[in-house]
Design a binder for this molecule. Structure first.
Ligand SMILES: Cc1cc2nc3c(=O)[nH]c(=O)nc-3n(C[C@H](O)[C@H](O)[C@H](O)COP(=O)(O)OP(=O)(O)OC[C@H]3O[C@@H](n4cnc5c(N)ncnc54)[C@H](O)[C@@H]3O)c2cc1C
Length: 539
């Protein structure tokens, strides 16, 4: 195992201190900053790009199993969870990483756990019964009364949840409203009014036009038209011009999709606001559930019941659909052996760019996978010897600066009850979307730790000018392909997926890439639907 991998996966609090991470420091920095790169799955994924001859001499193990799941992110785990919940245990799940979770994985240092990607779950929409029942099982929803969900307050994001550095002062909330013109205020109000109306808009069949998961919405012609233009073009058409509102909407797109409002579709931009309609009984509908380890908490809960079925460190490199079976080939990277699986059915929950490479199935032509795009991300997990304060609202869970292209940072220890902290741990999120996704991906892979360090420090310094002297260490998580980016045309891709699904016999695809909207709820839904299709067949 690579030493860096070891640093990442040692996992337990308190043990990491025994390790000596890279003592590379930002050379211009006033003090030494310890840095290290995380991200073994990224390097492992790249094994698929070259040849896999390194395993040519490995012994071969043959396995027969009714169902194999490829990929243990939220979608794959959700498939396993639902199969098991319905009494079906005759399956295996192969995950490439040393831990499950994928984009919802997590790490830990001496002071805190931290998310490697996904850090929160929005409150469930009222019609999303499977998710509500899962959250009840986890006691995250404590009760339901009169159609309202009462959430466990320990896990609702504590106040202050968000603050925005605007006009030199931190203000609560992320909408820039302080001291703005009356016209700008009126526009912000007009925008949110329009979104409220779209929230309740229904098709002739009485189905929501915008809903999360997307499978619970109806894509009418009117909705499909929003997939043909960018969100920026839509806003211009509607005469939204205020600098404050436009910055806020662009920020929301970069934060949720990894690309700005000039790149994502009007459908995606609207869906972000109109698709959410939670009805909590004890909090604001826009509050989120969060943990130090982010959605790694939920990934672990999904994994618990299927631990017996999960095999980690498995690089699946071929999935071939045949008339009477699916043949899957994998390399067990730890045991150093090849695994040949003969399965009745296979759920492929690896990302689309992996599926395109490993899948040989008449139901899923290679051309289908073209055009599904992802922007790269860089996350810097920073240990500070002092709380990042500032004028105005104190440190919040999410901390953002108005007017920049940055996404700010999240305080990883926010949900802890103890106010006494020796060190602070924050995660700085950077969506790399200046150039096209290929160019940005190359830029990310070529970046030295020194360059990553400067990027993260400059993002922080723009909010806290003297912060550098308080930075002790930075760990970098690189996502070459972050979540799927819903460019114009992405909704049409989802419709194509729905069509292809109907003809698929033995291979089901379940990954958030296919719903064109990457959030926990989508992964949970796609995984559940794939499991249901298999359970129906078995019945
Ligand atoms: C930076 C970032 C921040 C995010 N923040 C949030 C958030 O706060 N809230 C939210 O709801 N969503 C967030 N998301 C979206 C997130 O992608 C989804 O919530 C969800 O985790 C996606 O799960 P998935 O299973 O569909 O995909 P993935 O997470 O991509 O899972 C795919 C799995 O397949 C495995 N795999 C890949 N290749 C192979 C192979 N050849 N063999 C075997 N296994 C393989 C991978 O290792 C991985 O575990 C964020 C995403 C990113 C990138």
């Amino acid at each position: 195992m690579e030493r860096r991998t070891f640093v990442r996966y040692i996992g337990t609090l308190g043990t990491v201190a025994l390790l000596m991470p890279d003592l590379l420091a930002c050379s211009n920095s006033k003090k030494k900053i310890v840095t290290n790169k995380l991200g073994a799955p990224l390097e492992r994924g790249h094994l698929l790009r070259g040849n896999i001859d390194f395993a040519s001499g490995y012994p071969v193990e043959q396995i027969q199993v009714p169902v194999l799941i490829v990929g243990g992110g939220i979608s794959g785990l959700a498939s396993g969870y639902h199969l098991k919940k319905n009494g079906f245990s005759d399956f295996l799940l192969f995950e490439l990483g040393e831990q499950t979770g994928g984009n919802s994985g997590f790490g830990a240092n001496n002071y805190s756990k931290y998310p490697l990607g996904a850090h929160y779950l929005s409150l469930a929409n009222p019609g999303n019964e499977p998710l509500i029942s899962f959250l009840k099982e986890l006691k995250l929803i404590e009760k339901e009364e009169n159609g309202l969900q009462f959430y466990n307050e320990d896990f609702l994001c504590h106040a202050p949840d968000e603050r925005l550095l605007f006009k030199g002062v931190f203000h609560e909330g992320l909408v820039p409203e302080y001291g703005i013109s009356e016209e700008a205020h009126a526009e912000i109000n007009r925008f949110f009014k329009e979104m409220r109306e779209l929230k309740s808009a229904k098709s002739k069949n009485g189905i929501d036009l915008f809903n999360i998961p997307v499978s619970q919405a109806e894509i009418t012609e009117e909705v499909a038209a929003l997939d043909t233009m960018t969100f920026k073009e839509y806003l211009a058409e509607k005469k939204y011009e205020s600098e404050e509102l436009l910055w806020f909407l662009d920020y929301c797109c970069r934060d949720d999709f990894g690309a700005g409002y000039d790149k994502v579709s009007a459908w995606a931009g609207i869906h972000y606001f109109a698709g959410r309609k939670a009805t909590p009984g004890n909090t604001d509908p826009t509050t989120v559930l969060t943990w130090s380890e982010g959605n790694g908490y939920l990934a672990n809960k999904l994994e618990e019941p299927v631990q017996q079925q999960v095999r980690k460190n498995m690089l699946v490199y071929s999935v071939e659909e045949q008339e009477d079976q699916v043949l899957i080939e994998a390399i067990d990277l730890h045991a150093k052996k090849k695994i040949r699986v003969s399965a009745g059915k296979c759920i492929v929950s690896a990302p689309s760019y992996v599926a395109k490479q490993i899948l040989k199935s008449p139901s899923w032509p290679k051309s289908y996978f073209e055009g599904i795009k992802h922007n790269p991300w860089l996350i810097g997990i920073v240990v500070l010897d002092q709380i990042p304060e500032g004028n105005g609202t104190p440190l919040a869970w999410d901390n953002v600066k108005f007017g920049t292209k940055g996404l700010g940072y999240v305080s990883d220890r926010h949900q802890e009850f103890s106010p006494v902290r020796d060190k602070h741990v924050i995660s700085v999120y950077l969506a790399l979307d200046k150039a096209d996704e290929q160019t940005e991906r190359q830029r990310l892979f070529q970046m030295t730790e020194e360059e990553m360090c400067r990027l993260v420090i400059s993002e922080l310094t723009s909010m806290h000018p003297d912060i550098e002297q308080h930075v002790e260490s930075i760990s970098f998580q690189r996502w070459g392909h972050g979540m799927v980016t819903p460019y114009p045309g992405a909704l049409a891709k989802y419709q194509e997926y729905q069509q292809l699904k109907k003809t698929a016999k033995r291979i089901h695809l379940a990954h958030t890439d296919y719903s064109s909207y990457s959030v926990f709820e989508e992964g949970f839904d796609l995984g559940r639907l794939a499991a249901t299709a298999i359970l129906n067949y078995e019945a």
